[in-house]
Design a binder for this molecule. Structure first.
Ligand SMILES: Cc1cc2nc3c(=O)[nH]c(=O)nc-3n(C[C@H](O)[C@H](O)[C@H](O)COP(=O)(O)OP(=O)(O)OC[C@H]3O[C@@H](n4cnc5c(N)ncnc54)[C@H](O)[C@@H]3O)c2cc1C
Length: 386
């Protein structure tokens, strides 16, 4: 058992949950850890190869059932996210966007034909999906989106721009949200359709081992059956975000764990003033406070995961988890960075990479402020959004 598991949370996991965690930890050790610093530095990641490898292990859409998906529990999915993000938040993002956003949208709202066409290939990692909600001028407020879908006979014509779309540069299918005369609707868009272009966004200082793109839709003609028939209104994409945010509640703890383990190991071996850094009371205070927050975060994640498995998880409860766990993970990463001193800023250690990544995780899938507003609305009955 890890020294970090102060509260013996491990003991409350089932055998299958522990096994899945061990498998994902191993694949991260084999496929991610040896290379990720280089990917990050180069701003590149072999996303297709990783997706195929993750597909073989059943990690893509693993909490969904049928169509080649593993049908694992929400807790098992959360543990997988934690282990993936202990490798890198960008690698976890690849899996989250594929499974919880793109696949979930098709699985939950698609026609039988759309499910058969896309889900088995996506579960196997042979087809990559992206999820286009955010626009250049509409991020926290997707209700104001300007991407439009209009009818032309039986066909749909899509026009607009989606921004900051994970996986877009290599995606085979994009779940694109657009305004129609009849509310917001979702479309499964083959990314090779004429009029679709996906440009990679470069010069990111965060999530560099993840592919992010701008998707331009210029008079994109789609057949009638490209529309996800059951997705009606903004609540459809928001329900997909709730799925993905649950994974982030766990994932952020993975990045924090990797930082804490690095800092613990560093502090016990690095000597200053004739003794290990870990022997100083100030260092121990930092380590103790971080371990307390990490364990609280894990209990919170486990509680939310069990609620999800019981079919009782509410969106504002996921907001509690996303707000707390990402905020605390980022605080832990920054604090661990101080323990490593100058080495803390080096790519030789994972800490600064995790800290930089967590800046994106703090912003995507609802910023901290938006989650505060969701919780505030629940507490007061008043919406402060508009
Ligand atoms: C690396 C990365 C990957 C992403 N991947 C995807 C993806 O795959 N698909 C997708 O659709 N999107 C994706 N996003 C976009 C992400 O979801 C948005 O960035 C996020 O929703 C915030 O929108 P914004 O950046 O436009 O910020 P804005 O909405 O402009 O917000 C800017 C600041 O203002 C604050 N703010 C906004 N409204 C209020 C308010 N009412 N009260 C108080 N404060 C407020 C925000 O909290 C934030 O601090 C990604 C983003 C990043 C960085």
């Amino acid at each position: 058992m890890s020294a970090l598991d102060l509260l013996y949370v491990d003991a409350s996991l089932g055998e299958e949950e522990r096994q899945i965690r061990a498998v994902v930890r191993q694949v991260v050790d084999d496929w991610v850890r040896p290379h990720v610093a280089g990917w990050y530095e180069d701003g590149q990641v072999p996303a297709r190869e990783l997706a195929r490898e993750f597909g073989k292990l059943g990690l893509l859409g693993m909490h969904l059932t049928g169509y080649g998906c593993a049908g694992a529990s929400a807790v098992a999915y959360g543990l997988a996210c934690l282990e993936l993000e202990a490798g890198d938040s960008g690698v976890r993002s690849l899996v989250s966007v594929q499974g919880s956003l793109a696949m979930y949208a098709i699985w939950r709202y698609g026609s039988e034909e759309q499910k058969q066409r896309w889900l088995p290939a996506m579960a196997a990692g042979e087809a990559i999906g992206c999820f286009g909600l955010t626009e250049p001028d509409h991020g926290s407020d997707p209700a104001s989106m300007t991407t439009r879908a209009r009818r032309d006979g039986d066909d749909w014509i899509l026009n607009g721009t989606k921004m900051w779309i994970t996986n877009a540069p290599i995606a085979d299918v994009g779940v694109i949200w657009a305004r129609t005369d009849d509310r917001v609707r979702g479309f499964a868009v083959p990314m090779d359709t004429p009029g679709v272009t996906a440009r990679e966004i470069r010069h990111k200082m965060s999530l560099r081992a993840s592919l992010t793109g701008e998707v331009v839709l210029d008079d994109v003609r789609l057949p009638a059956d490209a529309r996800l028939p059951e997705a009606i209104g903004l609540k459809a994409p928001l329900s997909c975000l709730t799925e993905a945010r649950h994974g982030i509640v766990w994932g952020a703890l993975g990045a924090a764990r990797d930082c804490l383990e690095t800092a613990l190991s560093y502090a016990t071996t690095r000597t200053q003033f004739g003794r290990p850094l870990a022997g100083f009371q100030l260092t121990q205070a930092k380590l103790a406070d971080m371990a307390v927050e990490w364990n609280k975060g894990l209990l919170l994640a486990l509680h939310l995961g069990r609620l999800a498995d019981a079919g009782k998880l509410r969106p504002e409860q996921v907001s509690v988890g996303k707000l707390n766990n990402v905020r605390e993970a980022l605080a832990i990463a920054r604090q661990c960075r101080t323990i490593l001193g100058a080495n803390g800023i080096s790519g030789e250690y994972p800490v600064m990479r995790h800290a930089n990544n967590l800046e994106s995780v703090l912003t995507y899938e609802g910023t901290s402020e938006i989650h505060q507003l969701v919780i505030g609305q629940r507490l007061t009955g008043l919406s402060a959004f508009a």
